[in-house]
Design a protein around this ligand. Structure first.
Ligand code: LLP
Length: 422
């Protein structure tokens, strides 16, 4: 069910007209539906509680790289979610949003010393280790500040998974995780470390994983590895089985969550560990649209361009991955159709949201939405072309709030420093 539906011919986010939001906030603006976010979390929780015993429910740690607005984080925290972070900045966001550090896990191949220290000082649940030099750093820093670091080792299972080459992470040529031999080596090293407690393993194979088969293949060796590690005397009490749950951008056939939950029951549950998951896109992707205004309908002998005021700096996915995002007008859905290339104002040919897209005819001043923009939209936005970061709005029923102000030009320019000698 979409939380973005037409009412009286005008597209609404839940009970709020997108026209009203645009009138008050301007465009481009990201608009998120809290009902959708809650519904997605409940769907995942529901599938898990149907398949797994009540005392063995997984800890769902929202991968906030997908959308790290503090309001979104608070909303998810309020629904019982934990958090997956990849930087000190995301840790700060999580703590500011009130997450219990015991529900925060830290991943990433390049954890800096200050990040490791911040995680340890905050007392987060675990650091997911991605290299052996990182393990040495963690021991050193934990000893320095007098804390014990709980770690799991990220296994790179060397299988393909994830919808797009750039978002798949589990093959041996990827920079992520440790191979099997290194995982064993890591456990051995940790055994002799005074300030590290090795607790288990993590695997994240990539994003937009559509079939249980892909998980099955990726996790195939896991039970054997857990058994062997235990045989060597290591305590394996946690398995972090990552994220990657897909959403529909166009007409993709989605992962059967119940079948996935049954797979967790059959394969992961018998390993007798705490289970952690890291869903990102699934919780927020289709909860958001990017609301934009048509600047010009520009016709050339070859093509009809709709130049809109959102651009690749606001939503990078189409330019970066060639991703499909549905586009829809906010009003006048019944206008005669036309074939458009929908483009932003940035000075690059790749600043195109859609090519050859059939849409109702639009003109200057009309509003449109770019759908499925709640995940990896704002969080990947930049100031390219000195364009201000867009505003963000959260809707709940009939009420709505600006959850991030549009950036001002002064905020951008004010950060630059011209030395007197230039
Ligand atoms: N856990 C780890 C260790 C990850 O690296 C990621 C995503 C997730 C969890 C969450 O994955 P999800 O459930 O959202 O698929 N910018 C790309 C996606 C990059 C994903 C990076 N890692 C995009 O726009 O498609």
């Amino acid at each position: 069910m979409s939380s973005f539906e037409k009412k009286n011919g005008v597209l609404h986010a839940e009970g709020v007209s997108l026209r009203d939001i645009a009138a008050k906030t301007g465009t481009p603006t990201y608009v998120y539906s809290s009902a959708h976010i809650k519904g997605q979390l409940q769907a995942l929780q529901g599938a898990m509680s149907a398949a797994l015993p009540a005392d063995r429910q997984p800890l769902l740690c929202y991968a906030c790289k997908a959308n790290s607005n503090l309001a979104v984080l608070s909303l998810l925290r309020g629904q019982g979610s934990g958090l997956e972070i990849v930087s000190e900045g995301e840790l700060a966001r999580g703590l500011r949003a009130g997450f219990d550090p015991a529900k925060i896990v830290s991943t990433g191949v390049g954890k800096q010393r200050s990040e490791i220290a911040a995680c340890l000082n905050a007392g987060i649940a675990q650091l997911n280790v991605e290299s052996l030099p990182e393990l040495l750093h963690i021991q050193e820093i934990a000893a320095e500040i007098g804390k014990t670091a709980r770690v799991v080792f990220r296994l790179n299972p060397n299988v393909s998974g994830g919808g797009h080459d750039k978002i798949s992470t589990g093959q041996k040529h990827h920079k992520f995780g440790l191979n099997e031999a290194q995982v064993f080596e890591g456990f051995k090293m940790a055994q002799s470390m005074s300030h590290v407690e090795a607790m288990g393993l993590s695997i994240h194979i990539g994003s937009q994983v559509f079939t249980v088969d892909s998980f099955e293949t990726a996790f195939g060796k896991l039970p054997g590895i857990v058994k062997d590690l235990r045989a060597q005397g290591h305590d394996i009490s946690r398995l972090d089985i990552g994220g990657g749950f897909p959403i529909q951008y166009k007409d993709e056939k989605l992962l059967d969550l119940d079948a996935y939950a049954r797979w967790v029951r059959d394969i992961i549950l018998p390993l007798e560990t705490q289970i952690i998951m890291e869903p990102g896109r699934y919780l927020v992707g289709n909860a958001g649209v990017l609301l934009t205004e048509v600047l010009y309908a520009k016709e050339t002998p070859d093509r009809n361009f709709l130049i809109v005021d959102a651009a690749m700096n606001d939503l990078m996915r189409p330019a970066l991955y060639g991703s499909y995002h549905a586009i829809e007008p906010v009003q006048n859905h019944d206008a005669p159709e036309k074939i458009y290339d929908v483009a932003g104002p940035v000075c690059e040919s790749s600043d195109i949201f859609a090519k050859d897209r059939t849409l109702p005819e639009m003109k200057t001043g009309d509003l449109a939405v770019i759908r499925s923009a709640g995940a990896y939209g704002f969080s990947m936005a930049s100031n390219y072309n000195t364009r201000a970061l867009p505003a963000e709005v959260l809707v709940e029923g009939e009420r709505w709030a600006i959850i991030r102000k549009r950036q001002s030009l002064e905020e951008i320019l004010g950060a630059d420093i011209a030395p007197e000698w230039v």
